[in-house]
Design a protein around this ligand. Structure first.
Ligand code: ACO
Length: 335
């Protein structure tokens, strides 16, 4: 069946608490100028002690449902992309299902690091295209602050918390998702991981005393990988859409580092005024970064009817994913 599937509603939530680079300077050996020059990040949001990923996800989901103009009962499936679930199980998606009273929805989490939101969106698209489901809520939500070693300047300056959500449904013909690409390279699994707390290294006194329950990353290798795959993934998704980089009105890349974003723009020969950037305000919010950026781009009036929007992410796994969307402004359901 040849249905077009698109985003009919968007919402996001970021915690109130802001940690600026200046504040970081007060407890870790870093500087505002180093962080800005090497990453483009000025500040990040940090969830409260009592706030877990599902709490952020719930708020983003409720906003997206309101924007879509549909009720929670109409949702058939909830997919939450996250690397920082409330706990190993049950899934964040099930907790959100209960919180928002989406009584008719199936629910599961998806683990693909920072590529997770695009992975989840592509999964949802196929389930709607096949006719299995009508409305799917896709959420990217993270509480990375809870798995960071706040004494490790190599990682703690880079990440932040937040959530973004999108409702997907059948949309106007030739609008919505035009083409996508997903990839992975598990040989890079060691480069970015949470070593302890799983079945490989169950949590115990030793893992805690050695800080093995904190995010561990080989920043330089991840950087090289990101530079390589960001542009390539977008090109593959464009090829699948029958478009070229010239057609992109707005690139919404994963917000990890301004230098990685600039290199993707360069690879696609796109001027930076056609690239959305908010890494300065939020740092890297992993699976939440693309949907938060999408929401902010929409609020800024940058998503116009017929615009070609390219989403591209990379992350732990290693993984990468891109989607090209023809934006439909009043994208309500055509099912
Ligand atoms: N403040 C001050 N100095 C620092 C800091 C800091 N916060 N962090 C590192 N440095 C120092 C290093 O110790 C090093 O000092 P040395 O030369 O004396 O050894 C120096 O700065 C340079 O370090 P590099 O690691 O070479 O710095 P680089 O320019 O490569 O930037 C960074 C590091 C920002 C981590 C970069 O490699 C990067 O962005 N990598 C990608 C990370 C990423 O995107 N991760 C997320 C993936 S997505 C996901 O799934 C979560």
């Amino acid at each position: 069946m040849n249905r077009s599937v698109g985003i009919i509603g968007l919402g996001y939530y970021v915690p109130d608490r802001i940690i600026t680079n200046k504040e970081l300077e007060s407890f870790v050996d870093t500087s505002d100028s180093w962080i800005i020059e090497r990453t483009g990040i000025k500040e990040r949001r940090i969830s409260a002690e009592t706030e877990a990923t599902s709490d952020l996800a719930e708020k983003a989901a409720s906003a997206a449902l309101k924007d879509a103009g549909i009720s929670p009962e109409q949702i058939d499936l909830i997919i939450v992309a996250t690397a920082t679930p409330d706990m190993a199980f049950p899934s964040v998606a099930c907790i959100v299902q209960d919180k928002i009273k989406a009584y008719n929805a199936a629910a599961f989490d998806l683990s693909a690091g920072c590529s997770g939101f695009v992975y989840a969106m592509i999964t949802a698209e196929q389930m709607i295209k096949s006719g299995l489901y009508r409305y799917i809520l896709v959420i990217g939500a993270e509480s990375l602050s809870k798995i960071l070693d706040w004494k490790d300047r190599n990682t703690c300056v880079l990440f932040g918390d937040g959530a973004g959500a999108a409702v997907l449904a059948v949309t106007k013909e030739e609008y919505g998702i035009l083409g996508s690409h997903m990839g992975s390279d598990g040989s890079g699994a060691e480069l970015l991981k949470l070593p302890a707390g799983g079945s490989r290294m169950p949590a115990n006194e030793k893992t805690v005393s050695e800080g093995m329950h904190f995010l561990s990353m080989n920043g330089n290798e991840v950087f090289k990988f990101a530079i390589k795959v960001m542009g390539e993934a977008a090109v593959k998704a464009l090829e699948g859409s029958g478009l070229t980089a010239d057609d992109i009105d707005l690139l919404i890349p994963h917000q990890a580092n301004i230098r990685i974003i600039q290199s993707a723009a360069k690879r696609l020969k796109l001027p930076m005024n056609r690239v959305f950037v908010n890494v300065d305000k939020y740092g890297n919010t992993s699976a939440a970064s693309i949907p938060i950026a999408l929401c902010e781009a929409k609020d800024a009036g940058l998503l116009k009817e017929g615009h070609i929007i390219a989403l591209v992410g990379f992350g732990a796994g290693l993984t990468w994913a891109a989607s090209v969307i023809r934006w439909c402004k009043e994208d309500r359901t055509f099912a």
